[in-house]
Ligand binder design. Structure first.
Ligand code: DGL
Length: 262
């Protein structure tokens, strides 16, 4: 329980910063090393085999940098590669993103749940199996958030295009009675203020799985005896496969995200 090595946090780009923020809050003594690929973002419509290779390269880099655990803060990479990564990098613990269908199905009153995710996440086994397991008797409306990742990567969340793009996808879910909207891509919580504006008055609850993922990381730190010592002052590092300009943007977005309401 004296392990000061960082936890690696990986995403295709800036989306995983929403998980990074939750990790910082839940585990304030842990150093975090964030890798936002950036060069190959978006992953959302790439073939699974290619996403697996990209995820492998990213986790290898975080391991080479001395991380004690890696959080795959990307639903798309989790769906495509988590089993492969767990086998390859054992015994290092890896935490993946779970589509938060279970809590949404437990909480729905209308019996209609909306799920927003990338195309590749929605056609993966993880989504299918989770929906089959928890959503019996519940109508699940799944939709790919076409354009959402680009809006976040380009810092265009608070623009009229963002509003129109999100409205086109979220409004039909609300019209069909969804009272839970699951954010199944880590980029999407950056669009939370827009989604909340569109859902205002409908009573729908927006489900962001990142706090649950951060809690899971804490559980695994304990189980593997990997916690940083009490009073440890954490360090926050940022890496990318893109260029220095992108890395600087990641850093700005990370600290800006801490000021966003969760
Ligand atoms: N942030 C990612 C996810 O959670 C992937 C977005 C993308 O690169 O398409 O699915």
């Amino acid at each position: 329980m004296n392990d000061t090595r960082p936890i690696g946090v990986y995403d295709s780009g800036m989306g995983g910063l929403t998980v990074w923020r939750a990790l910082r809050e839940a585990l304030p003594e842990e150093s975090l090393l964030y890798l936002g690929d950036g060069k190959n973002c978006p992953y959302g419509s790439r073939p699974q085999a290619e996403i697996r290779q990209l995820a492998d390269a990213a986790v290898a880099r975080l391991v080479a940098e001395g991380c004690k655990m890696v959080v795959v803060a990307c639903n798309t990479a989790t769906a495509a590669a988590i089993d492969f990564l767990r086998t390859k990098y054992a015994p290092m613990p890896l935490v993946g993103m779970e589509p938060a269908i279970k809590p949404a199905c437990l909480q729905t009153r209308s019996g209609v749940v909306g799920v927003l995710a990338t195309e590749r996440s929605l056609d993966g086994d993880l989504f299918r199996q989770t929906a089959a397991r928890y959503a019996s008797g519940i109508e699940v409306i799944a939709a790919a958030g076409h354009g959402f990742v680009e809006l976040v990567e380009e810092d265009r969340e608070e623009t009229p295009e963002a509003e129109a793009c999100v409205r086109r996808i979220v409004e039909p879910m609300l019209q069909r009675g969804a009272d839970q909207i699951v954010l199944g891509c880590t980029h999407y919580p950056f669009l939370l203020p827009v989604i909340e504006r569109i859902a205002a008055g409908s009573g729908a609850h927006i489900v962001d799985p990142s706090p649950a993922v951060a809690r899971r990381a804490g559980t695994l730190l304990d189980r593997f005896g990997l916690r940083a010592p009490v009073g440890h002052h954490p360090e926050y590092g940022f890496l990318t496969f893109a260029d220095e300009t992108y890395r600087q943007r990641l850093i700005r977005k990370a600290w800006g995200s801490c000021e966003m309401k969760q």
